[in-house]
Structure formats: C-alpha cells, structure tokens
Design a protein around this ligand. Structure first.
Ligand code: FES
Length: 128
C-alpha cells in the first residue's frame, strides 16, 4: 500500500474542496426573502409574530411595527414575542415591541426597524 498522494488526486481534492467552499458561499449569500406578507389579523394585539427575517408586532390595536429578526447583540435570531417583548434566546436579550429598544439582556443596540407598509389588510414588511 502506498502512502504517496498523486498530484492528480491532490489536485482533485483541492478542486473538490474549492467547489464545496464556493457552493457553501453561494448558499450562504443566496438572497433570502426580502419581502414578507402577513394579514394584519394574524398579528396579536400586544404581541407579534416572527415571519422570515422579520418580526411584525402590534403594540396597540391597529398600530403595527416591524423589525429585523437579526439580533443586534451577536447576530443571533429573535425567535419569540411574549409579554410585550421580542426575545433573542441566544443570550436572552429582550426588545420592546413598539420601539425595538433594549428592555433587558446584554444587547446594547435596539432591534433594527424594518420597512412596513399595508395593502388593505395585508402587511408588507421588508424592502420591495
Ligand atoms: S445574540 Fe441575541 S442576545 Fe446575544
């Protein structure tokens, strides 16, 4: 049994590795949905829902806000809305559903606001 690695197999390995890395980069950089739509009736008053890369909230009846679900602390993900706050479970930062300001936790930056518009009862969040 030989322990030599032929230039051909080394080259194939490197090409395979480069192709895999390029594929991973393409997948990581693939555009995610820039716009999400949700019916206003699906957003609870005093709460909100996580939709794609966004959190849509209704702090008061008929008043809506939208934020990025990307946590400003260490780029975790806000995954829950409960008791008037948006929560990133990574380090337990809590953000106000009306303003995005930090309520508690290690984040020093507020949740990033996202563009929000309405078409009838449909809410449209994100860049068009
Ligand atoms: S990444 Fe969200 S709290 Fe740390």
């Amino acid at each position: 049994m030989s322990s030599d690695v032929s230039p051909c197999s080394r080259r194939r390995f490197l090409l395979g590795t480069a192709a895999t890395a390029a594929g991973a980069l393409v997948a990581a950089c693939a555009p995610k949905s820039a716009v999400e739509k949700v019916d206003a009736a699906d957003i609870p008053v005093g709460g909100g829902v996580v939709i794609g890369n966004y959190v849509v909230t209704q702090p008061e009846e008929g008043k809506f806000a939208a934020f990025s679900s990307s946590c400003p602390h260490q780029n975790g993900r806000i995954t829950e809305v409960s008791n008037g706050v948006m929560i990133c479970p990574n380090h337990n930062s809590h953000f106000d559903i009306a303003t995005g300001q930090v309520v508690s936790g290690p984040s020093r930056k507020p949740a990033g606001q996202a563009p929000l518009s309405a078409d009838g009862t449909e809410l449209i969040v994100g860049q068009k």
